[in-house]
Write a protein that binds this ligand. Structure first.
Ligand SMILES: [Zn+2]
Length: 251
């Protein structure tokens, strides 16, 4: 395999379902339109070993009783089985058992929806996400039916200070993008100056639009959210390309 000397290779972005939101309900000073927000997951290899960042939606997000009903009421989900990350990886010839680890940005259903399709893979998440898992409140939007049965044994907890150079070779930095949730994690592929920022904002084209109240309410810590946005904008000015989970589709 030609890697150009890079440690991280084969980066591929998958869209695994989407949700619909009225832009004017979420943002100030924006057109009245309903936008489809794709839910992205990332595949990559490090030294040839396969990893994921988030897992998109799965049909299980509809199977959590009244919480699924309410979630779909506020945030209508569009999903077909062919869009599941597991189906798309298989279609690309990737054996699911090959996935060594799954980095989870945060625990919202559009990020952990596919987790149970990888019951043997290590799950790498921040201490903040772990604490949320242990003590979730209703508006933390944690659907416990989305976790594999042996989840707690699969978890590797990340401390952003000591584990940020995850592979110990400078190829990938784990970033603390707290605000949207406690300890939300982003991945910076240093060799490419490419940052996957999960939900630190809802789309790079709307990063400068103020959130309206209901959308603000769904940020765990709105002050931290704003500070993270400013931090990422600063990295952008220094040449980092930023992609978020729900960026507008360009196809
Ligand atoms: Zn989220």
């Amino acid at each position: 395999m030609l890697t150009g000397g890079k440690k991280i290779t084969d980066i591929k972005v998958y869209v695994c379902g989407s949700c619909l939101n009225h832009m004017h309900h979420a943002f100030k000073d924006i057109a009245h339109e309903v936008r489809e927000f794709p839910s992205r997951a990332i595949f990559f290899r490090h030294d040839g070993e396969a990893y994921l960042f988030d897992t998109g939606y799965s049909k299980r997000v509809f199977e959590n009783g009244w919480k699924s009903w309410l979630y779909n009421k506020l945030n209508p989900v569009k999903f077909e089985e062919s869009q599941s990350l597991s189906e798309q990886l298989k279609h690309d010839g990737i054996d699911l058992a090959e996935i060594k680890g799954i980095f989870i940005s945060h625990l919202h259903p559009d990020h952990i929806g596919g987790l149970r399709d990888f019951p043997e893979s290590k799950v790498i998440l921040s201490k903040g996400s772990w604490e949320t898992y242990k003590r979730a409140k209703l508006f933390d939007l944690v659907f416990y039916n989305l976790f594999p049965e042996n989840f707690e044994r699969l978890v590797e907890k990340i401390d952003f200070e000591t584990n940020k150079d995850y592979f110990l070779d400078g190829s990938m930095t784990l970033l603390d993008l707290t605000g949207h949730t406690k300890g939300q994690m982003g991945l910076l592929f240093s060799e490419y100056q490419l940052l996957f920022g999960a939900d630190f904002c809802w789309g790079m084209d709307v990063i400068d639009h103020q959130l309206r109240f209901p959308a603000r309410f769904f940020q765990k810590d709105f002050v931290a959210y704003q500070m993270t946005v400013e931090k990422v904008k600063d990295w952008q000015t220094k040449g980092v390309k930023v992609v978020v989970s729900h960026d507008k589709r360009d196809d």
